[in-house]
Design a protein around this ligand. Structure first.
Ligand code: UFG
Length: 344
């Protein structure tokens, strides 16, 4: 059993939801986070929601000066494996500062591998992204589709996937699962943890939520001339609680599987919604007006992508259960109860 889990990036948006699910599954959790894009308050709230406690190590995984500490902490904790989420994730920023993205994202993954090796905890679930597919495949996209990320952020995800595959191929004791997330949205139904972007949100849902709560005047819809049903971009939005449960299922799978090697698994719902459909659903859930304006296409965006989620069902026994309505209602509960995020 993979019981004692290191969770890097565990104070962040996705990490905090994964931490809750891990505690609720009876596991012990050591969060490693440097709070560069997350809040200590999230860690306290994880404990409240799950009625349990996580251990916390405040360190930057990408800083070589911290490597010895991290390895010692992994050993002392008695780690069985890790879920690796820590990293930089803003696409535009990765285009402007590629070297920093490679250093932080790839460097962090390398440091974690070394720490796990030293602790004899050779199991990793990695937070990869549907962005590794680029725009090269027909929908729904399967894990055997072509990869071709279109920006440095996406290339770091693919490089880390490949690195983990090489490690697993060289030493069959390693068990690796690359989870390719589609578009995580929503929040825990308690309304106590959720996404809290540092600056202006890049992604659609946090932006809509800030418009609904009155922090921003209007949404810009990036393009209405795509070849989709209403001309706006189509994505596979997945509730962050479903996504978090997928990580627990991945640990169970790695613990029980008989064969070595790495496996890639899509985490999506299999259904795509357009930007205008998402706006309409959020409007219904929040009962607020969401003014928007059609703007030019955003560089690097693709028209449409959604998952073939059958491998997750087959291997993990997992599938997404929450609807677009649930995603909007839960996202809105978090945003309306915490209008300024964790600062509120
Ligand atoms: N969109 C808008 N207005 C906005 C923001 C987004 O119209 O203000 C549109 C986009 O054009 C796209 C859809 O909403 O059609 C979804 O955009 P997001 O930015 O929410 O998500 P992406 O599908 O673009 O995915 C991006 C990166 C991924 C990354 C993901 C999560 O491309 O690599 O965000 O961070 F994994």
């Amino acid at each position: 059993m993979l019981n004692k889990i290191i969770l890097t990036g565990g104070a962040g948006y996705i990490g905090s939801h994964v931490a809750v699910e891990l505690l609720e599954s009876g596991r012990e959790v050591l969060i490693i986070d440097d709070f560069s894009n997350s809040h200590p308050e999230a860690v306290a709230r994880i404990g409240d929601i799950a009625n349990g406690n996580v251990e916390l190590l405040e360190r930057n995984l990408a800083d070589p000066a911290h490597l010895a500490d991290i390895a010692a902490a992994a050993k002392a904790f008695g780690a069985d494996g890790a879920i690796h989420l820590a990293g930089l994730k803003a696409v535009g920023e990765s285009v402007a500062e590629p070297a920093r993205y490679y250093r932080v994202n790839v460097g962090s993954a390398m440091a974690l591998l070394e720490a796990l090796e030293a602790a004899h905890a050779k199991a990793v679930v990695f937070s990869s992204s549907a962005t590794v597919y680029g725009a090269l495949n027909d929908n729904p996209v399967t894990e055997d589709g072509k990869t071709g990320p279109t920006n440095p952020y996406g290339r770091t995800k693919l490089m880390i996937e490949d690195m983990l595959k090489d490690v697993a191929a060289a030493d069959p004791a390693w068990r690796v699962c690359n989870l390719r997330y589609f578009n995580p949205v929503g929040a825990h139904p308690s309304g106590r943890i959720g996404e809290d972007p540092n600056d202006t949100p890049n992604n659609l849902f946090p932006y809509i939520a800030q418009v609904a709560v009155g922090r921003r005047e209007k949404l810009l819809v990036f393009g209405d001339d795509y070849e989709t049903r209403d001309g706006t971009g189509v994505r596979d939005y997945i509730h962050v609680v479903d996504l978090a449960k997928g990580h627990v299922a991945a640990l169970d799978y790695l613990a029980n599987r008989k064969h070595a090697g790495a496996v890639d698994i899509n985490l999506g719902t299999g259904t795509g919604y357009s930007v205008l459909e998402a706006v309409a659903a959020f409007k219904r859930a929040s009962n607020r007006d969401i003014p928007f304006e059609i703007a030019p296409r955003r560089d690097g965006d693709i028209a449409e992508i959604y998952a073939d989620a059958s491998r997750a069902k087959e291997l993990l026994g997992w599938r997404a259960e929450r609807t677009l309505e649930d995603m909007c209602a839960d996202h809105w509960r978090w945003q309306s109860q915490n209008p300024e995020g964790y600062k509120s």
